[in-house]
Design a protein around this ligand. Structure first.
Ligand code: RIB
Length: 295
């Protein structure tokens, strides 16, 4: 059987990472210890991670002026770039990342071209895919709910990561979603449940067909579908930079499932990939090659 194809509808960001002694507080001015710039964006990161598993993966994205550097970076990581379009009228998206010494971060994104997708492009892109293929979306572009609806009506499987969580993310129809990736806060916000476990129960009862993957940082991750569930511990490693760890996890989990792994093995593989990613600085550039986690 051929491996299904994946198309990642998502953001491209230039991540500007400021190393800081601590995240700046309201009213405070601090001096950064260092600045680095590299490619990121949840869509780009997830596409790179998925492609690393050997699944044929395309990134469907918008940038500002044509940027050969992004094209070369993605092509070098095995990502199909034929669905990337440029709009010289708007800047490419960027992210301002504050990175603390022990690896945790906080991020402000400027969407730029990521929020200039046009509705007619949805059919133009999705006609290249058929039933059983996978659409992956996050919430850094416009038209997420619309793309999910069209993909599901064509029989594609849909993976949804509602980050950053806002009103647009809440408008996505979870009846159309096959894989949901959430952290504890997103799960409780999506369900209004009192805590993460109750949120998982709530999601499994209301959408028993949907596979929910909840990442818990250093406490590991949980998979749930209806009454079935499994959990794995986090793989402990040196923490240099957690930017993009969740995207690495999602991409490797989905790639593992598309390659035929059961959920427990997919969680383990995704955890190992994420632990390698957080041992290196940056988002997309820190995502490990598939060979390092058994592909
Ligand atoms: O998930 C990490 C990503 O979030 C970063 O690469 C940054 O671009 C923001 O979109």
């Amino acid at each position: 059987m051929n491996t299904p194809k994946a198309v990642c509808f998502g953001s491209v960001n230039r991540d500007m990472t400021y190393s800081v002694p601590q995240i700046v507080r309201s009213g405070e001015t601090i001096t950064s210890i260092g600045l680095s710039t590299a490619w990121g964006g949840k869509g780009l990161n997830q596409a790179v991670a998925l492609a690393a598993t050997g699944v044929p993966t395309a990134l469907w994205a918008r940038t500002g002026a044509h940027d050969q550097e992004i094209i070369e970076f993605l092509s070098g990581r095995g990502v199909d770039v034929s669905h990337i379009t440029a709009d010289p009228q708007v800047p490419t998206g960027h992210a301002l990342v504050q990175l603390e010494l022990e690896g945790s971060n906080c991020i402000i994104i400027y969407p730029g071209a990521n929020r200039t997708h046009r509705e007619e492009q949805i059919d133009e892109i999705l006609r290249w895919y058929s039933a059983g293929d996978l659409l992956i979306v996050q919430n850094e572009t416009n038209l997420v709910a619309e793309a999910v609806e069209v993909a599901a009506s064509h029989g594609l499987r849909v993976a949804f990561n509602p980050s950053p969580l806002d009103r647009d993310a809440l408008s996505v129809d979870l009846d159309a979603v096959d894989f949901l990736f959430v952290n504890e806060h997103e799960a409780t916000a999506l369900t209004s449940a009192p805590g993460p476990e109750a949120a998982l129960d709530c999601l499994a009862r209301r959408w028993p067909r949907m596979q929910t993957v909840m990442t818990l940082g250093g406490k590991g991750s949980i998979w749930r579908q209806g009454e079935e569930s499994c959990a794995v511990d986090a793989v402990i490693s040196e923490v240099v930079d957690t930017t993009g760890a969740g995207d690495t996890f999602a991409g490797f989990f989905l790639g593992s499932v598309l390659r035929g792994f059961p959920a427990g093995r997919a969680l383990e593989t995704a955890s190992r990939a994420a632990s390698l990613a957080i041992g290196r600085k940056g988002a997309a550039g820190a995502i490990p090659a598939g060979e390092l986690v058994g592909f």
